[in-house]
Unconditional design. Structure first.
Length: 172
């Protein structure tokens, strides 16, 4: 149910009742009994990759593009790097030590997570199409193609999400 519908629904239900509200049981402990504290809870970690995604394990260099052709990636057992053609977000500031092209994309791997890429060539010409709802894993690196965008993660470093409308780091 959408959040905005709860208030009108609650008001409608309250208006239907007539007379005095029914007595409620107290949640306070009886006199002389100390209150208890609930054990701290932690949210269950989100499964990665999502169970609905079919991931194939591969070796070597795997290059792919999304069905739209807007995002292309290269994945090895050392890093996963993706570039994007068209996007609405601002490219992170250029690394002053970059001697090549500063391109829209991200990398995760041995060097951590990088947003914005210094590249002398591109993976945007990748021929293999990675269908939406599927992914590839090379070593500890997994990339998943979904209609919303591409997510790549390293088992120990974190990762990134890349789409036409967003570029963001996913901390470990």
């Amino acid at each position: 149910m959408r959040r905005g519908t709860l208030v009108p629904l609650a008001l409608a239900l309250a208006a239907c009742g007539g007379g005095d509200p029914a007595p409620r049981a107290s949640s306070a402990p009886p006199p002389g009994v100390p209150p208890t504290t609930a054990a701290p809870t932690t949210a269950a970690p989100t499964a990665w990759p999502p169970p609905s995604v079919r991931v194939t394990a591969e070796r070597g260099l795997v290059q792919f593009r999304t069905p739209s052709g807007n995002i292309a990636c290269g994945v090895t057992n050392e890093n996963a790097s993706c570039e994007i053609r068209e996007h609405t977000w601002r490219l992170p500031p250029r690394d002053p030590e970059c001697e090549f092209d500063w391109v829209a994309g991200a990398n995760v791997g041995l060097t951590g997570i990088e947003l914005g890429l210094c590249r002398s060539d591109t993976v945007l010409g990748a021929r293999r199409v990675l269908d939406y709802g599927t992914g590839v894993r090379v070593g500890d690196l997994t990339c998943v193609s979904e209609r919303a965008g591409v997510t790549c993660r390293d088992a120990g470093t974190g990762g990134f999400f890349l789409s036409r409308d967003a570029l963001r780091e996913i901390p470990y």
